[in-house]
Write a protein of this length. Structure first.
Length: 119
């Protein structure tokens, strides 16, 4: 595990759990890519956001929603980390996302997440 990857992960966890997209966006490279899979975006047609501005637009939407975020079960390597994020809306609807982040020079260059929602 690298100290850089650990610091980036800890910053991501803090920003996510506090719903702070400004702090979160500091962690992404300018050419970052975020790929998301869910029931509406299957493996053959995932949602893909290219460039920091597009990633930011997606994440600002996510963190503007009234829900809690809990990041746990992290696995941290030299240039990547993975974790589970559990979210809950006020009405009790839950979302679970498994996420892998690849780092370049300490910044998130690629994030891939797979999420499942309550029906």
């Amino acid at each position: 595990m690298s100290a850089t990857a650990l610091r980036t992960f800890e910053s991501l966890r803090d920003a996510s759990e506090h719903r702070d997209p400004d702090a979160l966006m500091v962690l992404f490279s300018d050419d970052a890519v975020l790929v998301a899979y869910d029931k509406d975006n299957p493996p053959s047609k995932p949602q893909e956001f290219r460039g920091k501005g597009n990633v930011e637009e997606y994440l600002r939407d996510v963190y503007a929603r009234e829900m809690t975020h809990q990041v746990s079960d992290e696995v941290i390597g030299e240039d990547r980390f993975a974790f589970i994020e559990r979210c809950e809306y006020p009405d009790g609807t839950r979302v679970v996302a498994e996420t892998m982040c690849e780092l370049r020079d300490g910044e998130i260059a690629r994030e891939v997440l797979t999420q499942a929602w309550d029906a």
